[in-house]
Design a protein around this ligand. Structure first.
Ligand code: ATP
Ligand code: MG
Length: 442
């Protein structure tokens, strides 16, 4: 979280080509949060996050930027499609559920951290439980001598379990019959409570633990999961998670343009879409949302909205909502050069992915630089001739080139295959030239 904007951008540069303005804006927004946290509380409360609106056509990296950031920052992050709230059956459904999802994401993070901290404790618990099963218990009235002996054999046994020597032995373990877990976070909290008390009721009816025969190897895993739950201070985790979601959470509102009512169809106003916008207002502005784990204030959650705005424009959003996204950044459409860079410069580029995938079959795939240039060029011209789907075009184009190789990979194990310019042209030229074909196949 405490990366400088420069460091954040440098990280993003490894995965996303270009779009410098968007990267910079987001990096600053994140740093601002960090700066805010260092201030005294009174001032902290007054500093509101500046929500961001990313505008750019499809496949230019909007979601990619957000996705990479979330991974990097280890902050509670969720991505929702604004348009989903307008779907049939969704109207009137509370938009607040996105905040609850954020809290769940936050709980996941905090829980993992606690688990990492408790790793030793968990390990001991698991070992003890397994060794208890493997060694006959010490009689209550054992002599001191016997006790010493027992201690010794216990230590020996611990070593053997640790080394994996006992992995195949079958033991019987008791697993607490976990009540049927309901985890629908989208339920309003009152409903969730009802559900919980129901499941507790049924758990009460059927209390005894489940006995199960498993080998030691499996027992290690089963008991570990159980120990995690038992040893963790869930209450503490929940309140910590709420706090983190409120102070550091990021909600990525994708497809926001889909809930804008285009000024072109003024006659047909769409109550569903506008309704969703109105529902969004209080959440973006700052309000209290109740969750299963308590209230959370949304004032300091950072919202990043993104949309292509092909049909509608940002000004088609209701004015109140526009005002809540003061930072606007535009992402550039792709050109041939950026497509080339995406193929060659990104850390997990498509080319590397294919190389790795075919390596599994024992095939050594590589791409000539000229071939990569040709791929970028043809992808770009397909984008120009048909619809511009940005960098996503690369997927379809490469897939076409590698289709036969992929299909016959099993026969070609051990071979070195170089993708050349000629091959690329052979596979693609006809498709790209013929607009109709391109429309359907690429
Ligand atoms: N600038 C870029 N640098 C690297 N990869 C990119 C870039 N833009 C897009 N991609 C790749 O293209 C694919 C689609 O990108 P992304 O999901 O970010 O599109 P988007 O802008 O969110 O589009 P949409 O409006 O359709 O949601 C991803 O696999 C991503 O890796
Ligand atoms: Mg997207």
């Amino acid at each position: 979280m405490n990366m400088t904007p420069k460091e954040t951008v440098a990280y993003l540069n490894e995965y996303v080509i270009g779009q410098d303005e968007a990267k910079k804006t987001i990096a600053i927004a994140l740093r601002t949060r960090f700066r805010r946290m260092q201030l005294d509380e009174e001032l902290q409360d007054d500093i509101m996050p500046k929500n961001i609106l990313m505008i750019g056509s499809t496949g230019v990296g909007k979601t990619e930027i957000a996705r990479r950031l979330a991974k990097l920052m280890n902050l509670p992050f969720i991505k929702v499609e604004a348009s989903k709230y307008t779907e049939v059956g969704f109207v009137g459904r509370d938009v607040e559920s996105m905040v609850r999802d954020l809290v769940m994401a936050s709980i996941d993070i905090v829980k993992k951290e606690h688990q990492a901290k408790n790793i030793e404790q968990v390990g001991n618990y698991v070992l003890d439980a397994i060794v208890d099963k493997l060694l006959p218990p010490l009689p209550l009235m054992a002599s001191n001598e016997k006790k010493e002996e027992y201690k010794f054999s216990r230590e020996r046994m611990i070593e053997r379990v640790l080394s994996g020597e006992m992995d195949d032995k079958i033991i019987e373990i008791e697993i607490p019959k976990s009540s049927l877990e309901f985890n629908d976070t989208n339920l309003p909290p009152e409903m969730a409570k009802v559900q919980e008390s129901f499941s507790q009721m049924f758990a009460g009816l059927n209390k005894q633990d489940l006995k199960k025969e498993v080998c030691v190897f499996d027992a290690k895993h089963i008991l570990k999961a159980e120990a995690g739950e038992k040893l963790l201070d869930m209450q503490g985790i929940h309140s910590e998670a709420l706090k983190r979601a409120a102070q550091g959470g990021i909600i990525f509102l994708d497809e926001i343009d889909k809930i804008a009512v285009s000024s072109k169809n003024e006659g047909r106003n769409d109550p569903g879409k506008e309704g969703v916008q109105r529902d969004l207002l209080p959440i973006v502005e700052g309000s209290s949302v109740s969750t299963k784990f308590g209230q959370i204030k949304t004032d300091h959650i950072l919202f990043i909205a993104a949309g292509a705005f092909h049909v509608s424009k940002p000004s088609d959003l209701i004015p109140e909502l526009q005002g809540r996204f003061p930072l606007r950044v535009e992402l550039n459409p792709m050109d041939e050069e950026s497509l080339y860079l995406i193929l060659t410069q990104t850390k997990s580029s498509l080319l590397r992915q294919y190389e790795a995938l075919l390596k599994v079959e024992g095939m050594e795939l590589s791409f000539d630089d000229e071939a990569i240039r040709a791929l970028a060029k043809l992808a770009q011209s397909a984008n120009e001739k048909t619809e511009d789907i940005g960098a996503r075009r690369l997927h379809t184009v490469i897939e076409k080139v590698l289709e036969d190789i992929s299909f016959n990979a099993d026969e070609r194990a051990g071979e070195k295959v170089v993708i050349t310019k000629e091959l690329v042209h052979e596979k693609l030229d006809k498709l790209v030239e013929d607009e109709d074909l391109a429309r359907y196949i690429l």
